[in-house]
Design a binder for this molecule. Structure first.
Ligand SMILES: Nc1ncnc2c1ncn2[C@@H]1O[C@H](COP(=O)(O)OP(=O)(O)OP(=O)(O)O)[C@@H](O)[C@H]1O
Ligand SMILES: Nc1ncnc2c1ncn2[C@@H]1O[C@H](COP(=O)(O)OP(=O)(O)OP(=O)(O)O)[C@@H](O)[C@H]1O
Length: 483
């Protein structure tokens, strides 16, 4: 077999960092291989994809050295953050841009664009839609469509389905397997269930960015299971093995109620979310599920009064009409963590707005340690890995101690260790009386943690289910509503 991309003795250190990210790392990938790269958040997976594609150092200027490097001639890249992928403002223009470069005749353009969008399950009423009007999962689908259009030899996929709903994830991988069956695929993904059958080679990294194991996927999972578990990397059955420690907290510090009646949220002039009559109390953890574009993020934005709303909305019987009415009561962790950052360092971000910095010093320390961000304290938030950014944005929410915590996919891009930690923290807050409203595509979270499930379809909350306490859910009910 011939190698298509490789690097020998790669040494790379980010400016300002004390430690090298890669110390003499060598790796070679053969033509046609389907390789899955697995490791903890922050171990260097995205950076390695950027080196193997030549983006580093050609386009992204990070000093690196190596003895030899081979970069593929023709490649496509699905970036972890879909917002960084696009060159054009509209959906059709984004795909037309790629197709024009491939000299697709003008008359075929429109049908080609529609069939690409169909492949990724993004069938829009109007393809001339601004990309900024797409939901997170819809943007990720578009990013994949634009690489499908490119027909490259080597495809780098960096957590391509992190924001995509469960049914969509399955569809995307089916499409990838069919269309790119003869191509070389190098995939970084935490959601591993749907790709293990075709990613035959698995490379596992230690948290220090070294290769722990490299070989046949099932062989690596069999022989390295204990280490993989210890590092908190996902493996098949990780959710089944997860045992929740009981959280001993009998202090209910808060007692809250939130009420929505004939509540509507508007994007521009259009109604995008409707909630007829809902009351939520302290001690509830509501997971909000539904297909990409259903209106889940819009619902949270409406509660934050960040998009226009109408109807009755009361917190602790006080009507909410303006943003200032919710200040101190609600805190939103945005789907895109970057929307949330206000300062120039991780430490400042965490302590921003806290009343008495000294008093919370030990909380801040504890949070930084348990989220593995202590060494990143002085870094600019934008210099973190995507998973680290997510953890930072969740941590800042916890320290604000709101009465109602709104979380938009707080565990995306996390390894298993960090996923479980974040969830246990949320559970702790719930037990103190914080109302938890959380958008997620992960049915494991609903099954194990939620006390209630709302399903959103076409901008409407269509089901509202009380789940058995302790997260035990009758699976029949769940599967009826999880898509
Ligand atoms: N800024 C905007 N202007 C107009 N329409 C928008 C805007 N943002 C989102 N929309 C539309 O509102 C609808 C709901 O989007 P929303 O982001 O709430 O979906 P979602 O359920 O959170 O999806 P995802 O699971 O992909 O995050 C979609 O049809 C989307 O295209
Ligand atoms: N511009 C930067 N400046 C300094 N350090 C950086 C920069 N970009 C990334 N890093 C650091 O390099 C390390 C590797 O980041 P990378 O994004 O490659 O990790 P990753 O394994 O893909 O993580 P995740 O799973 O969280 O996306 C992280 O510790 C991150 O903080």
């Amino acid at each position: 077999m011939t190698s298509i991309t490789s690097v020998k003795n790669l040494r790379l250190k980010f400016p300002g960092e004390s430690e090298m990210l890669f110390k003499d790392m060598s790796l070679s990938i053969n033509r046609g291989e389907k390789v899955l790269l697995l490791g903890t958040s922050g171990c260097g997976k995205s950076t390695l994809l950027q080196v193997l594609s030549g983006l580093v150092p050609r386009t992204i200027d990070i000093p690196m050295k190596c003895d030899e490097i081979q970069i593929p001639d023709q490649w496509g890249f699905v970036f972890q953050d879909p917002d960084t992928q696009f060159c054009m403002p509209y959906v059709d223009e984004e795909l037309a841009f790629v197709l024009e470069n491939l000299e697709v005749p003008r008359e075929e353009m429109s049908s080609k664009i529609c069939s690409l969008l169909k492949e990724v399950g993004l069938e829009l009423e109007n393809i001339h839609t601004p990309i900024q009007h797409l939901s997170g999962g819809m943007k990720q689908r578009l990013a994949i469509a634009s690489v499908l259009a490119l027909k490259p030899d080597v495809i780098f996929l960096d957590e391509p389905t992190a924001f995509i709903d469960e049914k969509g994830t399955e569809q995307i991988w089916e499409t990838v397997k069919r269309i790119w069956k003869d191509k070389t695929l190098i995939i970084v993904e935490h959601k591993i269930e749907k790709i293990l059958d075709f990613a035959v080679r698995l490379i596992v990294f230690t948290p220090d960015g070294e290769i722990l194991a490299d070989g046949n996927t099932s062989m690596v999972f069999t022989h390295y299971k204990e280490k993989i578990k210890e590092y908190g990397i996902w493996y098949p059955g990780a959710w089944d093995d997860y045992k929740r420690e009981p959280i001993m907290n009998n202090k209910k510090e808060l007692s809250n109620t939130m009420k929505l009646q004939n509540f509507k949220g508007y994007r521009n002039r259009e109604v995008k979310i409707v909630a007829d009559h809902l009351v939520v109390h302290s001690g509830e953890w509501v997971t909000i599920m539904g297909e990409n574009g259903a209106g889940k993020s819009s619902l949270l934005l409406a509660m934050m009064q960040l998009i226009k709303t109408s109807g009755d909305y009361l917190i602790n019987d006080v009507p909410i009409q303006k943003t200032k009415d919710i200040s101190g009561l609600l805190y939103l962790v945005f789907q895109n963590p970057e929307y949330q950052f206000l300062t120039n360092s991780v430490y400042d971000e965490i302590t921003y707005g806290l009343q008495n910095e000294q008093e919370v010093e030990s909380d801040v320390k504890e949070i930084l340690t348990s989220l593995e961000l202590t060494s990143k304290k002085g870094q600019h938030p934008y210099q973190l890995s995507v998973g680290q950014k997510r953890r930072l944005s969740v941590a800042t929410a916890f320290l604000q101690k709101p009465n109602i915590l709104l979380l938009d996919e707080p565990t995306f891009g996390q390894d298993s260790l960090n996923t479980f930690r974040i969830l246990e923290w949320i559970e702790q807050e719930r037990q103190k009386g914080t109302i938890i409203l959380m958008v997620t595509h992960d049915h494991h979270i609903t099954e194990r943690f939620a006390t209630r499930l709302w399903e959103v379809q076409n901008g409407k909350i269509v089901t509202d289910h009380q789940l058995n306490k302790g997260g035990k859910v009758q699976r029949e009910i769940l599967h009826e509503f999880i898509i």
